[in-house]
Design a protein around this ligand. Structure first.
Ligand SMILES: [Zn+2]
Length: 222
């Protein structure tokens, strides 16, 4: 019976933060660990660990050239047009800015950002047209961008859900310990959209790909 998720373990710093480079560790009841570790260059290595072995490296989900980086990594660059914000995917630099993990639920948020790293073509096309002199055309492009943004958000969440399923099937990631019900996953996603993108609060409703993934994740294949 799982009606309460054990996410307390990651708050107890003493027993788990033995390794000084570990930023976040979540230990699942099956013994598997989700770990975020800081490298000497302030980028992150994010992986699942079973026993003494790395079971899955999240780098494997990234397109070629991408990496996970911290605020310190970006600050050390000292580039005036590059500024840090948590949970953001920089297409230009091929970097995912990893924010603080407040709980194991943020694994889904991380997968969402990885989903963003898969997108770039449509953005590039629109941005290329944005600087046009034609005022009306500019407005149309902006509307199109808002639509595109909501589509991209939905796709990134669908990717995140699909990845959860993939990680469970192939690497025994027990995601039900994090999200015991489809409602809990939906609430997390809704909260995220509310806090970062109020305009798109309802965007995941009535979206077939999102709904399908949610259904697969919680209703099928068990
Ligand atoms: Zn997003």
């Amino acid at each position: 019976m799982v009606d309460k998720v054990d996410i307390k373990s990651e708050m107890l710093e003493e027993p788990i933060l033995r390794n000084p480079v570990s930023e976040f560790i979540h230990v699942f009841p099956n013994g598997q660990e989700f770990r975020v570790e800081r490298r000497p260059d302030d980028s992150f290595r994010i992986f699942l660990k079973a026993g003494n072995k790395v079971g899955f490296d999240f780098d494997e989900l990234l397109p070629t050239g991408y990496k996970f980086v911290s605020e310190e990594y970006i600050e050390a660059l000292d580039e005036p047009d590059t500024f840090w914000r948590p949970w953001f995917t920089d297409y230009r630099r091929k970097e995912i800015y990893v924010g603080d993990f407040e709980s194991s639920k943020d694994i889904l948020g991380l997968l969402h950002e990885i989903g963003h790293s898969k997108e770039k073509k449509e953005w590039k096309e629109l941005f290329a047209e944005l600087g046009t002199e034609d005022k009306l055309y500019s407005i149309l492009i902006q509307e199109e961008m808002a639509e595109l943004e909501s589509r991209i958000e939905r796709r990134a969440w669908a990717f995140a859900l699909l990845s959860m399923r993939f990680l469970e099937r192939n690497f025994r990631l027990d995601y039900r310990r994090i999200f015991p019900t489809s409602k809990s996953a939906r609430d997390y996603i809704n909260d995220d959209l509310r806090s970062y993108r109020e305009t798109y609060e309802s965007l995941i409703q009535d979206d077939p790909s999102f709904e399908e993934e949610l259904k697969f994740l919680f209703d099928k294949g068990r």
